[in-house]
Write a protein that binds this ligand. Sequence first.
Ligand SMILES: NC(=O)c1ccc[n+]([C@@H]2O[C@H](COP(=O)([O-])OP(=O)(O)OC[C@H]3O[C@@H](n4cnc5c(N)ncnc54)[C@H](OP(=O)(O)O)[C@@H]3O)[C@@H](O)[C@H]2O)c1
Length: 316
Amino acid sequence: MPEKKIIAVVGATGAQGGGLVRAILADPAGGFAARAITRNASSDKARELAKLGAEVVEADVDDAESLKKAFAGAYGAYCVTFFWEHFSPDKELAQIRAMATAAKDEGLKHVVWSTLEDTRQWVPLSDDRMPTLMEKYKVPHFDAKGEGNAIFTELGVPTTFLLTSFYWDNLIHFGMGPKKGPDGVLGITMPMGDGKLPGIAAADIGGTAYGIFKRGPGLVGQTVGVAGEHLTGAEMAAALGRALGQEIRYNDVPPDVYRGFDFPGADDLGNMFQFKRDFQDAFCGARPIEKARELNPSLQTFDAWLAANKDRIPVE
Ligand SMILES: NC(=O)c1ccc[n+]([C@@H]2O[C@H](COP(=O)([O-])OP(=O)(O)OC[C@H]3O[C@@H](n4cnc5c(N)ncnc54)[C@H](OP(=O)(O)O)[C@@H]3O)[C@@H](O)[C@H]2O)c1
């Protein structure tokens, strides 16, 4: 039997990377093996991946040498950054460079880089439709990822650029679940107007990355967008209401109001939603659902994700 191709997975104990590790392990005849990268191999999540059959290797993306060791001997790597741990696009750029350099030095044949649009290509810093943040960004957690694409290209790393989408899991983990309004009716709040929001079950991003590795070199140099569905806020609220068995309202607020909410990163997310609302054609068009489903046949719809996860959604 030919040796399995090792995929080194950054963020393996997290949402995207965890989805990829599980997709690889669920397909033992697929020809790939999962190397789960974590900073702590003895954590419960890392042990769980080892129990499922992953090779678990310790590395930190802030430590270039550890990353090189973790990529050594692999066929490919899944690269992702962790904006919400540090809120620093400059740190993301340094981590992207470290991953791309390790991939080049270790001669990897295929990297899937989890990226997003550099929104400044649509909304230059001089455009005052939305405020400039951190002096040089419009949507910091998007822009650095998009800017970082060039690092893979310049270093000659064979890369597929995976444009991700809003996780429906944000309703569980990111404080975006339904909340009671002054009249006691539950609602979800997003400054999207009637615009459609491409969304996805976070683990399905990893499943799609697995489809990209299986498809192989033909997707090197390509950009692949992924979403499970494109839904308006009203459609999301209606689906949530059906799943939870109670009325859920969609509260559309102006982006300026959202930016002023009292939680870290509200300004970044306000700009993000405004970008998605105002550049619908480009943003949704880059994430065609049927193409994503070809790469990941088990891609979930919002209703399917809700059926599996509704009991985990906090209702305040
Ligand atoms: N929320 C959304 O809707 C959404 C949508 C699209 C894209 N994104 C992007 O997704 C990215 C995060 O991906 P995710 O949600 O899969 O992450 P996640 O679930 O938060 O998990 C990240 C994992 O990465 C590991 N990690 C963190 N810092 C590390 C470091 N310095 N070196 C090595 N490993 C490290 C951690 O594992 P250990 O503790 O085991 O080391 C952690 O389990 C963010 O950049 C965000 O902008 C989010």
